[in-house]
Ligand binder design. Structure first.
Ligand code: ADP
Length: 355
């Protein structure tokens, strides 16, 4: 065996150190690249509208909403123009079925372009919805304010009319209460719809919560001559829920059931477990006036109030059921209604047992 002499001097040591440093720098670089790609993916996936990322002129990533857009020649042309002009560009892109999209090319770097697509029809629909909503809210606020103004003027005009004065004072107090409720509901809804909204989750005993809600309204039910009953299946498991919000759901549904059921009627609350679907099912049933079939599909809409065939006007804002639906959905459940005019309504909601 020939002797092999390995000479490891200062120069070799420096070369080895340089090599190792190069390897480490390469590893850090690739790690950063992968982290950046992961962050970009997360950003794309978090966007509710179609979004695509191009590296030079090649599609590098897109979110699920943009699945049909990868091959679009219009988008590729837009990316190419944005790169050529070294500028962000906004352009309307005709799409299938007569829809139009607004495409926004945003240059993230010399090589990367982010493309965001906005469905113009959907955003116009949304703008129309909010215009309509603000008109409705303004109308709801204006009605009690007009009554308050009218009666406070009347009190000033005839200070000696004791009876008229007392009646006006009662009307003003009622209208002020209505305004407060409306504003409270609007604020609750705004909170529920805010992107930062989070449920305050803890194990909830639904049976105890329903018993509490029934107890809370029992005096009013007696006053209105309504029979209340509660049927809870034994051994209901606890569920992860926001107790205060779920109580609000129960009280809102019970309040509606009492409001729309004439004296002599009944309100029944039931709760059971649906083991197959890992959920609890709860229903609030009344023997009241029911909901006109044309209105049923809309009663969860903001500010929607069904037309009432007869009877005294009932106070309300048309926001209660919207709030109820939002809370149930935030818990991962759903709410449905079955109703027959003149016979009554049943609101049934589900809540997952495990989160
Ligand atoms: P409101 O404050 O007007 O009661 P909600 O959002 O709670 O608002 O309900 C929307 C509409 O749904 C009501 O105006 C009413 O027409 C109808 N509704 C809700 N619950 C019942 C019920 N139990 N029986 C009949 N109609 C109901």
């Amino acid at each position: 065996m020939p002797d092999v002499i390995v000479y490891f001097g200062l120069l070799e040591f420096a070369a080895l150190a340089l090599g190792l440093m190069g390897l480490a720098a390469g590893a850090v670089f690739f790690q950063r690249q992968r982290q950046r790609a992961r962050e970009q993916r997360r950003l794309l996936d978090s966007l509710p509208y179609p979004a695509l990322l191009f590296r030079k002129d090649k599609l590098a990533a897109h979110n699920p909403a943009a699945a049909d857009w990868g091959e679009s020649l219009d988008l590729r042309a837009l990316v190419a123009d944005s790169r050529r002009q070294a500028n962000n560009i906004v352009r309307t892109i005709p799409a299938v079925e007569g829809q139009s999209y607004q495409a926004r090319a945003i240059r993230l770097s010399n090589t990367e372009t982010l493309l965001l697509l906005e469905d113009l029809a959907a955003s116009q629909r949304q703008q129309a919805f909010y215009r309509n909503f603000i008109q409705n809210v303004s109308h709801e606020l204006k009605t009690p304010l007009t009554v308050i103004q009218g009666h406070s003027a009347k009190m000033g005009d005839a200070p000696d009319d004791r009876e008229g004065w007392l009646a006006s004072r009662r009307i003003i107090a009622d209208e002020a209460k209505r305004l407060t409720q409306l504003v409270d509901n609007l604020l609750t809804l705004a909170r529920l719809e805010s992107p930062s909204f989070q449920l305050d989750l803890a194990p909830v005993n639904l049976a105890a919560l329903l018993e509490e809600a029934i107890l809370q309204i029992s005096d009013l039910a007696e006053e209105r001559k309504l029979a209340l009953s509660l049927n809870i299946a034994p051994g209901l498991p606890r569920l992860p829920g926001d107790r205060a919000r779920l109580k609000q759901v129960a009280l809102n549904l019970l309040d509606n059931a009492m409001k729309y059921t004439p004296p002599g009627g009944s309100v029944t609350v039931e709760a059971r477990a649906d083991a197959e679907r890992h959920q609890l099912v709860c229903s609030v049933q009344d023997t009241g006036e029911g909901i006109p079939p044309d209105d049923v599909a809309h009663i969860f809409d903001k500010l929607y109030r069904a037309r009432r065939a007869k009877g005294r006007p009932v106070e309300g804002s048309g926001l209660g059921l919207t709030i109820v639906q939002q809370i149930i959905r935030a818990h991962g459940g759903d709410i449905t209604v079955e109703s027959e005019l003149g016979r009554g309504s049943t609101f049934a909601f589900t809540l997952p047992i495990s989160s």
